[in-house]
Design a protein around this ligand. Structure first.
Ligand code: PMP
Ligand code: GLU
Length: 395
């Protein structure tokens, strides 16, 4: 029988972050000592107070289907969180809980995009955005930025990218992979451009909100003129070290939230019941309870920047949030190292994997072909060892 797969899946890229993590796992089973700095996943355990809530939920017999858009008590906790942390007022019909922020983003693309609708993605963008958009038959429109502007899109660039087909703008702040954070003034300047285009919907992915080393998180929906057309995406994976629990959520215009509820009802139903109960406890806790992880990430950020500063050809911006560095390594393109030709960032990442046994991710996957992404959600010892191996492999 021929390949009976759809064109849709045949043209879909494999998630580069997950693929690199799988490759690292495979090499480890072959006995190689791989340091994995490819996956954006805190190396902390989920805090005990959240685990206890999950155990309690099991014992309290939370085992049935949940409402498709999430338990009411979880929606209460999300509404209170949005008000407390972001000054945003949402009501029940505007909230949808999903199986990770990833599903939340997928839902939004599916319910908002018609074939050919354009979605502006400032580069670098999180790896899955472009394929989630393509799955909904949308057209990603990449806007190149550079390390010289801290990888942020300017209002002029936004204006230049808008066409009659533009339906949405998607970005993350703090940004995965660059760590850049849009200030309130910078968001206002983008919103001013959008004033002229009232039908463009914005997806503001704020999953790294709490992993911020400079303070001051701004949300697009805080602007009155943007509130009715902004989808605020968030989740617990990063700040609460809950990647495997798979809970994300949106605060959105009610008509978009209703549509997400409808699609989710046909595809997955409500998210996992035990995880939802645990997330109520996570979101109700003061943010100070997770600060120890952010403090540790901050130390690691300084460490990795200092160590990379000692390697020729790594040009880094200082990430203000998230837990990645995104060095421009184009210095190495066109060079031959240990008989291997480095033509691009993918070759470079592969070289680091093979010669230094360190897994990173090529910047191509994030729409920025000059860089690689290195996650510093790893112990200080692992970071030191990884960077010293990289240095040795390049010298
Ligand atoms: N958005 C960004 C920017 C991310 O880095 C991630 C990482 N997984 C997600 C969304 C998806 O998060 P989740 O694990 O909650 O699906
Ligand atoms: N968001 C993380 C990353 O960028 C997790 C992997 C994924 O979901 O793709 O590495």
């Amino acid at each position: 029988m021929n390949n009976q797969l759809s064109d849709r899946i045949n043209s879909l890229a494999t998630s580069a972050t997950l693929a690199m993590a799988a490759k690292a796992r495979e090499l480890r089973t072959e006995g190689k000592d791989i340091i994995g700095l490819s996956l954006g996943e805190p190396d902390f355990n989920t805090p005990d107070f959240i685990k206890d809530a999950a155990i309690q939920a099991v014992n309290d017999n939370y085992n049935s289907y949940t409402p498709v858009d999430g338990y009411v008590e979880l929606k209460d906790a999300i509404i209170t969180k949005f008000k407390r942390d972001n000054g945003l007022d949402y009501e029940y019909p505007q909230i949808v809980v999903s199986t990770g922020a990833k599903q939340a983003l997928y839902n939004v693309a599916q319910v908002c995009l018609n074939p050919g609708d354009e979605v502006i993605l400032p580069c670098p963008y999180w790896v899955s955005y472009s394929d989630i958009v393509k799955l909904a038959e949308g057209v990603p429109v990449e806007v190149a930025t550079s390390i010289d502007t801290d990888f942020k899109m300017t209002p002029e660039q936004l204006e230049a990218a808008i066409t009659p087909k533009t339906k949405m703008l998607w970005y993350s702040s703090p940004c995965n992979p660059s760590g850049s954070i849009y200030s309130k003034e910078e968001l206002r300047a983008l919103a001013d451009v959008l004033k002229k285009y009232p039908n463009i919907v914005v997806v503001s992915d704020e999953i790294y909100e709490h992993i911020n080393y400079v303070g001051g998180h701004a949300s697009m929906a805080q602007f009155e003129d943007m509130y009715d057309r902004t989808v605020t995406v968030n989740g617990v994976a990063k700040a609460f070290a809950m990647t495997g629990w798979r809970i994300g959520y949106i605060g959105a215009p009610a008509y978009i939230a209703r549509a997400c509820n409808k699609i989710q009802g046909q595809v997955t139903s409500g998210a996992n019941c035990i995880a939802q109960r645990a997330v109520i406890t996570a979101l109700e806790a003061p943010v100070s309870k997770i600060q120890y992880m952010v403090d540790e990430f901050k130390i690691r950020r300084s460490l990795i920047l200092e160590l990379l500063g000692g390697i020729e050809g790594f040009k880094c911006n200082e990430p203000e949030g998230a837990f990645y560095v995104f060095p421009d390594v184009s210095y190495y393109f066109g060079k031959t190292l240990k008989g291997k030709e480095i033509k691009n960032a993918s070759d470079f990442a592969m070289y680091l994997l093979e010669e230094a046994n360190v897994a990173t991710v090529t910047g191509d996957a994030f729409g920025e072909p000059k860089s690689i992404r290195i996650s510093y959600a790893a112990s200080q010892e692992q970071i030191k060892e990884a960077i010293s191996r990289i240095k040795a492999a390049l010298s």
